[in-house]
Design a binder for this molecule. Structure first.
Ligand SMILES: Cc1cc2nc3c(=O)[nH]c(=O)nc-3n(C[C@H](O)[C@H](O)[C@H](O)COP(=O)(O)OP(=O)(O)OC[C@H]3O[C@@H](n4cnc5c(N)ncnc54)[C@H](O)[C@@H]3O)c2cc1C
Length: 283
């Protein structure tokens, strides 16, 4: 289907992009276009102006902040994440997971910023970034602010990015010695969409677990985190701690899985993710 007529702008600075977004009520940032262009074709979104971020090289960088956080520009693609030596050193699970998103065409165009701004409950990166305790930097005419991944991811297509604002970077704590990260779940076929997933990090700072596909935004498994705080990551202990996790959730039913089946999958995914993260934490 052809796109509805739309104005197109390709700013060369972040400031210009922000002022274009702020000037036009119906303006939308265009990153890799992998979701936005599809929803425009389906007439589910009809922005008046597309503000293409393609020339903003500043948003395509991966590096480290002075305090050692891994800093990823919002226009970094899944393919870039997969190939980055900085990611490999600081938080390799990001590369591992990005490398399993959809197919090579989607990974070459789709960006980390677009992935989390869409916040589709089945997307790989939202729960992973919650488990990794990432921070998002948002810039607007009034300046810059940072929010945690949990505060950022509000609902499907709803994030902390307001009108006239841009997500500029994602900051992820560098993995400390004795820390392990993992991402586990059940997909529809190899590299397919997730029916349910769980991300976990286990380390000296404690345990963080985030579940995907069970609500409109990732859900922290706080009770399970507390139960595991004593540090027993034997299979029996983790399974016992996760028992009842599903009952605390209110996941959707759809053509791929009933709510009950998703409750079960959430428990299974969380156990697998914690066990793998704990194993990796051993070094
Ligand atoms: C066939 C197919 C299968 C897919 N399967 C999966 C999957 O299994 N798992 C998965 O995780 N992902 C999947 N994706 C999603 C893909 O990985 C991309 O993350 C997603 O399409 C959006 O990224 P994008 O860069 O293309 O964003 P766009 O489509 O350009 O933008 C998406 C939305 O985010 C907004 N946006 C983008 N960047 C910014 C920014 N910096 N600041 C503010 N707003 C911004 C846009 O305005 C728009 O509303 C799939 C995509 C396709 C086409």
């Amino acid at each position: 289907m052809l796109l509805r007529e739309v104005e197109y702008a390709r700013p060369s600075t972040i400031e210009e992009a922000i002022s274009l977004l702020a000037e036009h009520d119906g303006a939308r940032a265009l990153a890799g276009g992998q979701t936005l262009v599809n929803v425009m074709k389906q007439r589910a979104a009809a922005p008046d102006v597309l503000v293409d971020l393609a020339d903003l090289d500043e948003l395509r960088t991966i590096g480290f902040s002075v305090d050692g956080m891994l800093e990823i520009g919002s226009m970094v693609t899944s393919t870039q994440l997969t190939a980055s030596s900085e990611v490999d050193v600081a938080r390799p699970v990001l590369a591992e997971v990005a490398g399993t998103i959809a197919d090579v065409q989607v990974r070459n165009r789709g960006t980390i910023g677009g992935n989390i701004c869409v916040n589709d409950p089945t997307n790989h990166l939202p729960p992973l970034l919650v488990a990794l305790d990432a921070t998002m930097t948002i810039r607007g005419m009034a300046g810059e602010r940072t929010v945690s991944a949990e505060e950022f991811l509000i609902g499907v297509y709803v994030t902390a990015v307001g009108e006239g604002e841009l997500l500029t970077k994602i900051s992820v704590p560098t993995r400390k010695p004795g820390t392990g990260d993992a991402f586990q779940g059940i997909t529809l076929g190899a590299h397919g969409t997730y029916v349910c997933n769980a991300a976990a990090t286990v380390g000296p700072g404690g345990v963080r677990i985030a579940l995907g596909c069970v609500s409109s935004a990732p859900v922290r498994a706080l009770e399970l985190e507390e139960r595991l705080a004593a540090g027993d990551f034997s299979e029996g202990a983790v399974r016992a701690a996760a028992a009842g996790l599903g009952a605390s959730l209110d996941p959707p039913s759809d053509v791929h899985a009933s709510a009950d089946y998703r409750r079960h999958l959430a428990e299974v995914s969380a156990v697998r993710a914690v066990l793998q993260a704990a194993e990796r934490a051993k070094g």
